[in-house]
Design a protein around this ligand. Structure first.
Ligand SMILES: Nc1ncnc2c1ncn2[C@@H]1O[C@H](COP(=O)(O)OP(=O)(O)O)[C@@H](O)[C@H]1O
Ligand SMILES: [Mg+2]
Length: 345
């Protein structure tokens, strides 16, 4: 299942044409009546040691992408080319369950809600030690020493080892979740809205911790967030999703200052601005994210797009280069003058 690496050596993950459809079954005979196209033909790369921010409103398919890469789901179609330690390419999308085990250690997830994702009846030693027990990487005193080391790494005292999660604040619980994710020396971490449940001041501490750990351990991150202001500080590149599709992907600075997709522009207009003169420019997105079981014709964003024209209702725009490594799926990407996060000087 492995092949010599034909990819650039610095690409940790190369996701190609990823699709994840959930069947919709109805009636007594549970007949297939349709599919929820949660992820519909998504391609992107993540470089080793870097962070890709994956953004979009709730329901756009971000979590499903993350769960496919962690192989919590087996994708409907597409490839997830992972570069292993031996610099070989492995397609995680098609790997049979029996061969997944080493990759389950190397690709770990961190979740949004530090209250529900930690078992309240387990001590920190048990919570953080559990992956090591399951994968038999450490036990006994050695396991305890590792848990102590991991607690220290995430800024918690090893003395807390025998306590239960209820004794800790939201930010501390997220640190526990991070320690658990680090327990098996992963190479890739998929952080799904890791700070969305936390106060703004605590968010910054957790983001700094994730950044320090990335530098120290050479980790590659996929950082999922519905809130663009959060990814600005952590992501090297940003991918914007809308109803199962990628609509824009570029370096973080470009996405924030020279966005080329009207959806990105609308999301950016909602990012809090320190200068009050810029606060009134918010673009209100009417309506909800469409149901991915019945996506709109043409461009999926056209019903909510203030620039939509006739062609947008009938023809789906492909993701194309507008400049080096800046890809956009919009018929008018070259002609629209969109607003990014602006600075008044
Ligand atoms: N297991 C599932 N079965 C059916 N539909 C699902 C399932 N998981 C997610 N969906 C649907 O797929 C879409 C994308 O969901 P999700 O990936 O959770 O989006 P996000 O993380 O961006 O909020 C949503 O419409 C959601 O209802
Ligand atoms: Mg989600």
């Amino acid at each position: 299942m492995t092949s010599p690496n034909k990819h650039r050596a610095d690409v940790q993950l190369d996701v190609q044409n990823l699709k994840m459809y959930f069947p919709i079954r109805r009636g007594f005979l549970q007949r297939l009546v349709g599919n929820v196209k949660a992820v519909d033909d998504v391609s992107f790369q993540v470089r080793t040691g870097q962070t890709l921010g994956l953004v979009g409103e709730s329901g756009c398919g971000k979590t499903t992408v993350g769960r496919c890469i962690a192989r919590a789901y087996k994708p409907t179609a597409g490839k997830i080319i992972y570069t292993n330690e031996a610099n070989q390419s492995v397609d995680l999308a098609t790997l049979p369950a029996s061969e997944l085990k080493p990759y389950r250690r190397q690709v770990r997830m961190i979740f949004q809600d530090p209250y529900s994702s930690l078992n309240p009846r387990m001590t920190l030693l048990e919570i953080i030690g559990e992956p090591m027990k399951i994968h038999r990487t450490a036990r006994g005193k050695e396991l305890e020493d590792r848990v102590a080391m991991l607690l220290q790494k995430v800024g918690l005292s090893p003395e807390y080892m025998r306590r239960y999660p209820h004794a800790f604040s939201g930010g501390q619980r997220q640190r526990i979740g991070i320690a658990r994710a680090l327990a098996l020396d992963p190479r890739v971490i998929i952080a799904d809205e890791p700070v969305s449940a936390l106060d703004v001041s605590v968010q910054a501490q957790i983001l700094n911790l994730l950044r320090d750990l990335q530098r120290e351990l050479g980790l590659t991150y996929i950082f999922i967030s519905h809130d663009l202001s959060v990814v600005q500080y952590i992501a090297d590149r940003v991918a914007v999703m809308y109803v199962g599709n990628l609509v824009e992907i570029a370096d973080t600075h470009r996405v924030f200052y020279t966005p080329k997709h009207p959806y990105t522009e609308a999301l950016l207009s909602a990012v809090p601005k320190p200068d009050p003169r810029l606060r009134s420019q918010r673009i209100v997105l009417e309506g909800d994210v469409p149901d991915p079981a019945r996506p709109p014709s043409g461009c999926p964003f056209h019903p909510r797009c203030r620039y939509a024209q006739a062609v947008c209702r009938v023809e789906k725009p492909q993701l194309c280069d507008v400049s080096a490594e800046h890809l956009v799926a919009c018929h008018f990407a070259d002609t629209l003058h969109l607003k990014g996060v602006e600075t008044i000087g």
